[in-house]
Design a protein around this ligand. Structure first.
Ligand code: CTP
Length: 403
């Protein structure tokens, strides 16, 4: 991975101690360790004895790239006291999964194994992600212990409701690794957009020809969704007007689903009042059929002509308003990125535009982009879209007039 230490507020370079206690959800902690590493965290793992019965230390050693600690007594010459050494310099401890037993022990300040001792000796925020059978979760003893943890300033993440490993359904499932990672990211993200309202468009549009056919653009929506997520993490009230994509709404984002460019434009204009920022990431179809057939068109064997009419340019329209918010455009080009991107920025009179080459970003999880503004071009290092989005938000927050 490249060096992202300049990215303020993400997890890059943060020391996160992941405590894994005994429970079926321990297998998901492996995905969590990987996810945290992917967004740049320096992950160190402490496994309880019960946790070791579900997953091996080797798994976490391979995923974190560090020795995994399992006992209070396995210190070496360098780290005589693992419960102190491991917590030293930690930015956060996340216990996931947290069994009913470890929650009880944490609530009572026990220090009878490495993980509890580590939590007791900590000097950083502690996050706990409960995972247990629903009756264990609902038991007044567990609820009492959780209330104690909360009162002590410990952050409880989840649990989720749903099907459980024991076959029952109810509260007690551990939050998914992505949601836990998201919670940590949000915690460490400076609220650069607090008090601001941001409207984002994302995904393709779909221009119907008849009830089953249409014209669309290839766009996964990933970059737009990452931008919306980064705005929400940055404290903005975020509205995402989205074309058809297969992605869940990011945490804390209000999503409005649309299909056509005309609907996208209507919804954008409806939510625009009060917006400080408009970020147009959507790959809007430039044309739509002049007519949409009410019924499925039948083939005739003869050539067919489809009349297309231009769609409104949503971004240009918003940017031209007298009360225009700060507008950010996107441009995906197949060649000559600098020339095309800068000419689009000038044509639409945008203070900021993000450009990328199609080959670098479309559909994938990573992107290589260049930001264009009045001061020139600012290339960003290739990175996962979540990190690219974070940097774009930081850049726009710097350019944003004081609110
Ligand atoms: N955009 C928009 N409404 C449209 C078309 C584009 O809001 N009808 C926005 C996109 O979301 C993006 C930017 O405008 O932020 C892209 O600019 P544009 O010049 O329209 O790009 P392309 O459609 O890719 O232009 P071309 O096909 O000429 O390359």
């Amino acid at each position: 991975m490249e060096n992202y230490t300049h990215i303020i507020g993400c997890l890059r370079g943060r020391k996160i101690v992941l405590g894994v206690s005994g429970g079926i959800a321990a297998y998901k902690a492996a995905a969590l360790a990987r996810e945290l590493g992917r967004v740049g965290a320096d992950v160190h793992v402490a496994l309880t004895e019960a946790g070791l019965r579900f997953v091996s230390a080797l798994t976490f050693q391979a995923l974190s790239g560090h020795r995994v600690w399992t006992s209070l007594w396995d210190g070496d010459a360098e780290n005589g006291m693992p419960h102190i050494a491991l917590g030293r310099g930690a930015d956060a401890i996340l216990v996931a999964p947290a069994s009913a037993d470890i929650i009880a022990r944490l609530a009572h300040g026990r220090a009878d194994d490495l993980l509890t001792a580590l939590c007791l000796a900590r000097d950083c925020p502690l996050f706990v992600a409960p995972a247990m059978n629903r009756q264990m979760w609902e038991n007044p003893a567990t609820q009492r212990n959780v209330a104690t943890l909360r009162a002590d300033g410990i952050i409880i993440l989840g649990p989720d409701e749903g099907g459980q490993a024991c076959g029952e359904t109810g509260p007690g499932r551990m939050l998914e690794p992505g949601a836990l990672c998201e919670a940590l990211l949000a915690f460490f993200t400076p609220r650069l957009l607090a008090g601001r309202k941001v409207v984002v468009t994302a995904g393709p549009t779909f221009e119907a020809i008849d009830p089953v056919r249409g014209i669309t653009n290839s766009s996964s929506g990933k970059m737009g969704y990452a931008i919306a997520a980064a705005c929400a993490r940055g404290g903005a009230e975020t509205v995402l007007v989205s074309g058809p994509v297969a992605l869940p709404a990011p945490a804390g984002v209000r999503r409005i689903d649309v299909a056509s460019a005309l609907r996208m434009r209507d919804e954008v204009l409806a939510v625009l009042p009060g917006a400080d920022v408009f970020i147009a990431v959507a790959a809007v179809a430039d044309y739509r059929p002049a007519q949409t057939a009410g019924h499925k068109l039948k083939k005739s064997g003869l050539p067919m002509r489809l009349e297309l009419v231009p769609n409104p340019d949503i971004l240009a329209e918003v940017a031209a308003r007298p009360d225009a918010p700060f507008c950010v455009g996107f441009a995906a080009e197949s060649q000559e990125l600098d020339a095309y991107a800068e000419s689009k920025r000038r044509a639409k009179r945008l203070p900021m535009l993000v450009g990328n080459l199609l080959a670098d970003g479309v559909g994938g999880d990573d992107n290589t982009v260049v930001i264009y503004d009045d001061a020139g071009r600012h290339p960003l290092p290739r990175a996962p879209k979540a990190l690219v989005a974070r940097q774009i938000v930081e850049h726009l927050a710097r350019l944003l007039p004081a609110g």
